[in-house]
Design a protein around this ligand. Structure first.
Ligand SMILES: Nc1ncnc2c1ncn2[C@@H]1O[C@H](COP(=O)(O)OP(=O)(O)O)[C@@H](O)[C@H]1O
Ligand SMILES: [Mg+2]
Length: 279
C-alpha cells in the first residue's frame, strides 16, 4: 500500500487515457517478468505488443488492469499513479478482452450484457452492430436469444471473439486491454474479428497483445518485448526499416502465410529507421 487514500474519479468524467510505465520492474516471486520498462502511450493510441512467449506482454497489460502492482517503478494514467485511484471506479473505465473470454451458459444477449446487465436490448444490439457482430448473431438460430452452451462450446472461436468484443463495446471503456486469442480462425472470421477489433480500438487508448502480426501492422505503434524488456518501439513501417527483431518476425509471418514474392514490402525496408528505437 502507498499509504495514500484512494482518489475517487470524478463522477461521469472520462479518463483521457494517457498511460505511462516509469522504470517498471515486475517479478512473480523470484521470476522476473518485466525489467526497467519505460513507455508512454498517448491518449487514443493503439499499441500492439509483440514478442515471444514469456516476453512479458501479458504481464504489462495486467499491470494496467491493476491485477498486479509493479515491484518497483510506477504505472500512471493521466499522470496519476494507479495505486492512488479508486480501483473499482478505475476498472469501470476499462474494457478487458482476455485471450479466451469466458461465456457462461445463457443467451447471446446476456453474454454481451455481462458487464452491464441493466443494458436494454437496443443497447446490446447497438454494441453488436458497432463492432460488426450483428449479422453473425442474426444468422444464429434465435438471434440474440440463441442459447450459448457453457464456455460457448457451441460457437466457433471467431464467434466467441466477436461476442467478447461486443461485450467490451457495450461498456464503452476509456482504455481497452486486449489479449488476442491464439486460436487460428478461418479467413472469414479472421477478417470479421480484425474489423471488430479496429472499430472497438477506435480513438480510445488500446493495448493489444498481438498474436496476429496483421494486428500489429494496423496499430499506431508496435512495441517488441524481449525477456521482460522493451526491445523495439515504433510504427510497423519504422520497425521494418530498423530491420531487427520485428522485421524478422514479419518476414517469417509473410513466409508462412503468403506465396513467394509477396514479401517484397518487408524486404524493401532499408537500415535507415526514422522513428523507431531499438533498445
Ligand atoms: N502467474 C505467474 N506466476 C509466475 N510466473 C509467471 C506468471 N505469469 C507469467 N509468468 C512468467 O513471467 C514471464 C512473462 O510472462 P507473460 O507476461 O505471460 O509473457 P507473454 O505474455 O509475453 O507470453 C514468463 O517468464 C512467465 O513464465
Ligand atoms: Mg501472453
Amino acid at each position: 500500500s502507498t499509504g495514500q487514500a484512494a482518489r475517487p474519479l470524478p463522477v461521469g468524467e472520462r479518463l483521457r487515457g494517457e498511460i505511462s510505465f516509469r522504470n517498471v520492474d515486475f517479478a512473480y516471486g523470484d521470476e522476473t517478468a518485466l525489467h526497467d520498462v519505460d513507455l508512454t502511450l498517448r491518449a487514443g493510441q493503439t499499441v500492439a505488443f509483440v514478442g515471444e512467449t514469456g516476453a512479458g506482454k501479458s504481464t504489462l497489460v495486467k499491470l494496467v488492469a491493476r491485477f498486479y502492482d509493479p515491484t518497483s517503478g510506477r504505472v500512471t494514467v493521466d499522470g496519476t499513479d494507479l495505486r492512488e485511484l479508486d480501483l473499482a471506479q478505475y476498472r469501470h473505465r476499462l474494457g478487458v478482452v482476455p485471450q479466451e473470454a469466458y461465456l457462461f451458459a445463457g443467451t447471446i444477449r446476456d453474454a454481451i450484457a455481462y458487464g452491464r446487465p441493466e443494458a436494454s436490448d437496443a443497447e446490446v444490439e447497438a454494441a453488436a452492430r458497432a463492432v460488426g457482430a450483428h449479422d453473425m448473431i442474426a444468422s444464429l438460430d434465435g438471434g440474440y436469444l440463441h442459447e450459448v452452451a457453457e464456455r460457448g462450446r457451441n460457437l466457433s472461436a471467431g464467434q466467441r471473439q466477436l461476442i467478447a468484443l461486443a461485450r467490451a463495446e457495450l461498456v464503452d471503456p476509456d482504455i481497452l486491454l486486449l489479449d488476442e486469442a491464439t486460436a487460428a480462425l478461418d479467413l472469414a472470421s479472421e477478417a470479421q474479428v480484425t474489423h471488430a477489433t479496429e472499430r472497438l480500438a477506435g480513438r480510445r487508448t488500446t493495448l493489444v497483445v498481438a498474436h496476429r502480426l496483421t494486428t500489429a501492422a494496423r496499430a499506431d505503434r508496435v512495441v517488441v518485448m524481449d525477456q521482460g524488456r522493451v526491445a523495439e518501439d515504433g510504427t510497423h513501417t519504422d520497425l521494418l526499416a530498423l530491420n531487427g527483431k520485428y522485421a524478422r518476425l514479419w518476414r517469417t509471418f509473410l513466409g508462412e502465410t503468403l506465396p513467394e514474392d509477396a514479401g517484397t514490402d518487408a524486404r524493401d525496408g532499408g537500415p535507415e529507421a526514422v522513428g523507431a528505437r531499438a533498445v
